[in-house]
Design a protein around this ligand. Structure first.
Ligand code: NAI
Length: 463
């Protein structure tokens, strides 16, 4: 065998797996057909967050008048924004290449295709290995009738390039994480933004209260959100792209300069020759994993990340990658951890564990604690007067089951709740833990107090 392990794909899942396996002494190669770092580093998590930061700074400069500072009207240099985004991406992807070199992971550039259970062909050359980890990720889903056309109908990759001018009217189809984050970016840059969503709530998987709170905040910023709305089709009109929609049984036409299709992602399990290796792939393109070691039906071939199963999140892929790599190196590791999720809009929405609805459906007697950030001193100092922290607990055992937050730094604060769930913390543990004052995070402690009818800064339910 040429290698102990070949990882196919160098996104967050793949590069974590490759590095961990190398740390454990395996001779590892990683096959990559595109840019090292995959979607997340090149056209996903990292560049979007760079653009969201630009948007936040721009809005911050404009709203500073409220605090007694007038910077004047900010001048936006789209070339400068593009250069900044590229610089951030370059730093991250070069970092991964350096880590590969440092850990002696061989990078094989080109498209990999399995030619047998222990063999993969890349750019005409065959490479053999004892084990494989398939980490080929996912790609944007499409809607019939909305075929991509540069600058007019775009997907998340297209939306990362703003181009020569900011579109006046930006229409987003799909109010998931991608749709909402780009709605935020383009609205910050000055577009009139409309988001069209099929379901009756935005951020579909989120706790209903948190989703409502986020919607309220985005609408307050001036983003138009149309839920329970179907898109029927589009055509090029004189004044822009005419998108026909249907809501409440009525048809309407929306006109936009740019339309972003953000209706989910599809796993990249087909076209890898996995049939030659005997690995099962379902019709949607998910490579079937049969256990929490992330093994497929062919035990020495693992699958991790978006190509293996939902949720399609980078940090979930990383943990699955570590589990697969360690198992391939002979350790008994299994993947078993709660998965936090974050939508990086302003305000952020973050959650981990069960929603209130899920906990009830699972048969728990639920005890909920809430802390509205309106009552937070730290939120006041930041000029924030909305947002909420909601804890879902088990009334019988007091264990924390779920955390849902809309507000500043929610994406960082959620880690406290993830750890609490992993450690089996009760609401009382959280309430008794000193949180520094003044911080947004002390709202977590107070939400736990509220669950027990003992909050200080807000009214408690009668016990
Ligand atoms: P998504 O599945 O989260 O949301 C897509 C939305 O589009 C859903 O609410 C769905 O109801 C709606 N939709 C579907 N068809 C529609 C139609 N014809 N008309 C109107 N609405 C329609 O997918 P999204 O936002 O594209 O993200 C893809 C994946 O990437 C997700 O799994 C997401 O979790 C992940 N992601 C996560 C990020 C984060 O954690 N911050 C950022 C970006 C992506």
């Amino acid at each position: 065998m040429d290698f102990d392990l070949i990882v196919v794909g160098s996104g967050p899942g793949g590069y974590h797996a490759a590095i961990r396996a190398a740390q454990l002494g395996l001779n590892v190669a990683c096959v990559e057909k595109g840019d090292v770092g995959g979607v997340c580093l090149n056209v996903g998590c990292i560049p979007t967050k760079a653009l969201l930061h630009v948007g936040a700074e721009l809005r911050g400069a404009k709203s500073a008048k409220e605090f007694g500072i007038d910077f004047g009207e900010p001048k936006v240099d789209l070339g400068g924004i593009e250069a900044w985004k590229q610089k951030v991406v370059g730093k991250q992807t070069n970092g991964v290449k350096m880590l590969f070199r440092g850990n002696k992971v061989t990078l094989i550039e080109g498209e990999g295709r399995f030619t047998g259970p222990n063999e993969i062909e890349v750019a005409g050359e065959k490479h053999t290995a004892r084990s494989f980890i398939v980490a080929t990720g996912s790609r944007p889903a499409s809607i019939p009738g909305f075929e991509l056309e540069e600058g007019r109908i775009i997907d998340s990759t297209g939306a990362l390039t703003i181009g020569d001018e900011v579109p006046k009217r930006f229409l987003v189809i799909g109010a998931g994480a991608i749709g909402l984050e780009f709605a935020d970016v383009y609205h910050s840059l000055g577009s009139e933004v409309t988001v069209v969503e099929l379901l009756d709530q935005i951020a579909g998987a989120a706790d209903a209260d948190a989703a409502k709170e986020l919607r309220k905040a985005l609408e307050k910023r001036g983003i138009t959100i149309l839920t329970s709305t179907k898109v029927l089709g589009q055509k090029k009109g004189k004044k822009g792209t005419e998108v026909e929609i249907e809501r409440d049984g009525k048809k309407e036409t929306l006109v936009a300069d740019r339309v972003l299709v953000a209706v989910g992602r599809r796993p990249n399990g087909h076209g890898l020759g996995l049939e030659a290796a005997g690995v099962e792939v379902d019709e949607r393109g998910f490579v079937k994993v049969v256990n929490d070691h992330m093994q497929t039906n062919v035990p020495h071939i693992y699958a991790i990340g978006d190509v293996a199963r939902a949720p399609l999140l980078a940090h979930k892929a990383m943990k699955e990658g570590l589990a697969a790599a360690e198992h391939a190196a002979g350790k008994p590791t299994a993947y078993d951890t709660v998965v936090p999720s974050v939508i990086y809009t302003d305000p952020e929405l973050a959650s981990v564990g069960m929603t209130e609805e899920e906990a009830k459906a699972a048969g728990y007697e639920v005890r909920v604690g809430r802390f509205p950030l309106l009552a937070s001193g730290r939120a006041s100092t930041l000029g924030v007067d909305s947002g909420v922290i909601k804890l879902v607990g088990d009334a019988k055992t007091d264990l924390l089951l779920g955390f849902h937050m809309v507000g500043p730094n929610a994406g960082d604060i959620v880690s406290e709740a993830a750890l609490a769930i992993e450690m089996g913390a009760t609401l009382e543990d959280i309430a008794l833990t000193q949180h520094p004052h003044p911080t947004i995070s002390e709202g977590v402690m107070e939400a736990a107090e509220h669950a027990h009818g003992r909050a200080i800064h807000i009214a408690n339910r009668r016990r």
